[in-house]
Every structure is written in structure tokens, then in C-alpha cells.
Design a protein around this ligand. Sequence first.
Ligand SMILES: NC(=O)c1ccc[n+]([C@@H]2O[C@H](COP(=O)([O-])OP(=O)(O)OC[C@H]3O[C@@H](n4cnc5c(N)ncnc54)[C@H](OP(=O)(O)O)[C@@H]3O)[C@@H](O)[C@H]2O)c1
Length: 225
Amino acid sequence: MAKLRVSSFGLSLDGYGAGPNQDLQNPLGVRGPELAAWFFPTRTFQKMFGQGDGETGTDNAMAEQGMAGIGAWILGRNMFGPIRGPWPDDNWKGWWGEEPPYHTPVFVLTHHARAPIRMKGGTEFRFVTEGIGAALERARAAAGDRDIRIGGGVATIRQYLRAGLIDELHLALRPVLLGAGEHLWHDLDLGDYECVESLPGERAMHIILRKRAPQTRSPATSRTG
Ligand SMILES: NC(=O)c1ccc[n+]([C@@H]2O[C@H](COP(=O)([O-])OP(=O)(O)OC[C@H]3O[C@@H](n4cnc5c(N)ncnc54)[C@H](OP(=O)(O)O)[C@@H]3O)[C@@H](O)[C@H]2O)c1
């Protein structure tokens, strides 16, 4: 069955998925690129952005897996760009140029309505103002039997986690401490997940968390209400 998954999500040891002070110069926040330093050298990333061959190895294999079998993406508005509040105009079309690497419908959560944007290569950004349930429903309809990937950022993943809707998360744990930024785990109960794989890569430790079958959560940690 099609999964709702997070893949290749770079995380610091202290749990941050983005640095503080995101803006046009710092899309990932200050020091955020340290979270993606495992991804940039991979063949997967280099092929997407057309520079050089890139490295093969475990990091690349994990990045490649993350891109396979996806029929739709869900993003938060902060991942889509640096603009906050009402859209001043229709000029901003994402960080990724004329041909973004998604090649599917991409549902962007926002409180500020905007017409869809069709890009080269099959990516279409569709803005969703009715919340995470509506975005997921539309993504499922678009994806058919393929998976839906939540691309981030942190606030978006957190909402789907809190709602218990994510089937699988692949985290690329980086050996850095950010101390500030967007924290992935704060105040979340992850007792419904288990770690099914941990695999050392060249620049990150790859951790796969999977949602447990409903009856397998231990009574000692079960929610009581
Ligand atoms: N570590 C990684 O691998 C990784 C991966 C992806 C992204 N990132 C980084 O994560 C950062 C972005 O994360 P973030 O936590 O700041 O924000 P985000 O999740 O990308 O976006 C949050 C924004 O999306 C809109 N939104 C979210 N949920 C909504 C809902 N239910 N209904 C309506 N609108 C909703 C709101 O924007 P409005 O109210 O303004 O419309 C909200 O402020 C960026 O720096 C990005 O580069 C990191």
C-alpha cells in the first residue's frame, strides 16, 4: 500500500532540522547546510542539479531510495521559499529553478491562497490552505499507488507526526550540534514508532523509524487518553 513517508531528512544530534533565521541567503537557516552536508556530494544530488558525477556509496544509495516511487510531495510554505505573510506577487516559484527535482504534483501548505504553478518536467506546485488532512487527501489522489513524500520542513513533519499519519521516516543523523533552530522532536511522543534500521553512511548515520502495528505498543508506554 502507498506510504506517507519522510526521506533523507537531515537532523542534528540535538534534534534540529533547520537552523535559525531562515531567509533568502540562508534557506536552511544559519548553519542549516551542515545538516545537508551528507547529501550535497552524492550522485543523486549532483544529477539533480547538473554538476559533476557525484559520489556513490551508502549516503547516495539512501538518497536515491528517497526519490524512488514517489507520486506526490507535501511541503510547508517555508520550505518552498523565504516569503512570509501574504504573497506580494506571483514571482516566487521555489528555490529550484525552472525544472524542480520533484516531477510530480507538490502540495504546499500555506495560509495564503495562490494559483497553482506548473513548472518544467512535470512539477506542479498546488497551494493548500485547508490543512494537513486536505493536503494528504489531494496528494493521495494524485499519487495513486505510489508513495507520498513529505519533503519538510520541520513544522510540516511535526504536524503529520502528531496526527499519527506518517508511516516511515528516514533521518540522516549528522554529527553536529546546532543549539538553535527548528526542533523536530520537541514535545512529541514517538512511542508509536520503532527504529527498524540504522546504517552508517559516509557523512551521516541513516535511521529508519517505522510506525508500529497498532497492537504492538507496550502497555507501559501506551497513551492513556
Ligand atoms: N533537514 C532537512 O533535511 C530539511 C528538509 C526540508 C526542509 N528543511 C528546512 O526546514 C525549514 C522549513 O521548516 P519550517 O519548520 O520553518 O517550516 P515549513 O514546515 O516548511 O513551513 C511552515 C509554514 O507552512 C505553512 N503551514 C504549515 N502547516 C500549515 C497548515 N496546517 N495550514 C496552513 N499552512 C500551514 C505556514 O505558512 P504560512 O502561514 O506563512 O502560510 C507555516 O508557517 C527550511 O529552512 C528548510 O530548508 C530541512
